[in-house]
Design a protein around this ligand. Sequence first.
Ligand code: SF4
Ligand code: SF4
Length: 415
Amino acid sequence: MEFRFSAVSASTRRKIQESLFTELAKYLDLFPASKDARIFLKPNLNSNMNALTGNTTDLRVIASVIEFLKAQGYHKISMGEGTNSGFYRNQISVIERLKINELGKYYGVDVLDLNYAETFDIPFENGILAQAAKPVIETDFLINLPKLKMHFEVGITACLKNLMGTLVGQPNKKKTHDSLCKNILNINRVIKPDLHILDAVIAMEGTGPTRGTPIPLNTLLIGTDPYLLDLACAKLAQFEPSQVRLLAEAIHQGLITQKHFEFLGEHPFLAFSKPMQQPKVNPLVGFIHSPKRQKFFLKIRNTAFFNTVCNTDFAQEILFHTGLRQDKFLKDDLKIDKLTLNEKCLPGCVICREYCPVSLELPQAFKTGLEGCIHCMYCYSVCPVEAIDFHGVKGFFEEQEKQYASRIRQNANQG
Ligand code: SF4
Ligand code: SF4
């Protein structure tokens, strides 16, 4: 089998679009001949943290892929995700919070919450059946759009792990945990995207998937073999693949072979690699989440009593501060009345323009009312001198800002 694999450099909105248009043209033979074909995009929208934190797929990448598909004449494009269990359980729409619905409206693309989709069965370990979302198989062409992050349970989350978001609702996502790595591979045996476009523009290192640190790798990986791309991610991060739990299991099962290693050997994409921090956790989290003990703790965690206790504000704070839970499920939404430009704006600076997913001519577009703005907050987050004033209620975004604002600004200025 011949591998199809590309790695391209991409940092700004314009560069991401140019790189994707050039590179995806080399994969056109894989796309459906009919322009009426249904194309489904599966980004990583694991939590309500925006892409600049390193947590979710960059809206600039999604927008550029949609623009490429439209330029080819495809018009039946949809996208969707089944966000993580906690947000689902708390009835928080991550799709709305990340402005995916606004991006969909902007481009005329349907957006689905896969947590509420019709289902089909996927066989898991120990005779268990898990239900996944039908739209990802009832399509003519499936594009996986994962984010590169460290993950304290499986090592790295990239193409393979991203398909966990196709499982419908909390009850099905919970079924993976019995044998997490094996069940992720089981999902990938059934759901086979036609193409993978991995966002490592701003990856997450350290205690991922949601408490790590954003690190700009300015890279996109494209290919057809998710095992090859995930192995490439380990090499990008300069990790020993056998030390990454999910990859170790794939190697053990013969899904990653010597051919994968040989192909990547001295591949030029290694020029993009950067040593990344391992997903280390504190001893308590490590003890509870060890594959040996997890089944035992999950039995307790999944009882109705424990569920109720864990959902109280007090317990949520304790779980967050001990690291046992990575997310805060804050109920208040972000409400933006408007964003305005103040006198601090630096002459000649266009950093905000490089981040605008819908390519507004910033900062000039502030003068004409930001027509088309999807309220993603990227421009506000990256401005080095706080020249963009926010008017409205920050809600959940305030916590994100507290944790990540300075790092996001620092990364944007380095870029
Ligand atoms: S990033 Fe800030 S300073 Fe730079 S152009 Fe935009 S608003 Fe002005
Ligand atoms: S103007 Fe700012 S908030 Fe609006 S879409 Fe562009 S980057 Fe996002």
